[in-house]
Design a protein around this ligand. Sequence first.
Ligand code: PHE
Length: 347
Amino acid sequence: MSDELERLEREATDKLESISTEDELATWYRTYLGRQGEVTSAMKGISQRPAEERPAFGQAVNALRNALQEAFDARQDNILAASLRKRLNDEAIDVTLPGRLPQAGNLHPVTKMIRDITRVFGLMGFQTVEGPEVEDAYYAFDALNIPQDHPARDVWDTIFIESDQREIVLRPHTSPMQIRTMEQVDPPVRVVVPGRCYRYEALDATHEWHFHQIEGLAVDTNITMTDLKGTLAEFARQIFGQERKVRFRCDYFPFVEPGVDFAIDCMFCEGSGCRVCSKTGWIELLGAGMVHPNVLRHVGYDPDEYTGWAFGMGIERIVMLKYGIEDIRHFYQGDVRFLSQFNRVLA
Ligand code: PHE
């Protein structure tokens, strides 16, 4: 082989060995084996050679080209394998890393309690309906046997929106939906009505100017106080535990007769008296009673044919009792530290 070819071989082989990237590989190939590479131009130089040297020279160049091609292929395999290894290494996933928990929202505790309570009543055959928060005083009071100028109107600390032609109020209780429901359907009636209520009230640990109630109403033939007591006892035991005792005491609401307050024995002290039950052993949950005949007459039901009962309760109070929350103001301050606690307990 000529000196020139030997030099070319040495140079190309040395360079190939120092190569470590795919880019350098491509450059090397262009420099030596490409169409304008050095080996190719050496081959073209054959015509300048004396005729008798040509066959040997041609063979030598061919051999050089084959050798370099082989060396190139081997080097290329090496480099591709190395870069694949590097990629696999760099992009490896550590499956032992703990996952990142996605931030999930949760239902407001009042929303959750409304669902829990309406589910309990749903199982007893009660339909859930909703009504307007801006209400005509006729539904909020008059039709509920609280005529204008009746002193009982003061009890509800009502927020008035308009009082010229018609009295329009923010409903101070969910009871107007008793009337709206009975106006719509004939007995039998079994509904519960969750919803927002408003009262003109100074804020403190147990009073909010807006809060939620659930109303219950059952009207049919032969509905008695026993049905009321049984239904409320079942509700109380589903929410506060099967062992709860229940108590009825006389109370007054213009739209029921007789009216009662409904209490359960205190689940914090089992009735022996503590701070939560004000040492009485009993916790009052709601007001209730047999629907007043005047109310039935207002919606065109015959009180001689139909009887019914109704109840109304504050939902925040139920949540506070169930989860030991001491201040009603927590509910509507939007503090996620408070709200997110219910993620687990209410799940
Ligand atoms: N609406 C009454 C209140 O807000 C509660 C109640 C409802 C009482 C139904 C008796 C019957 O206090």
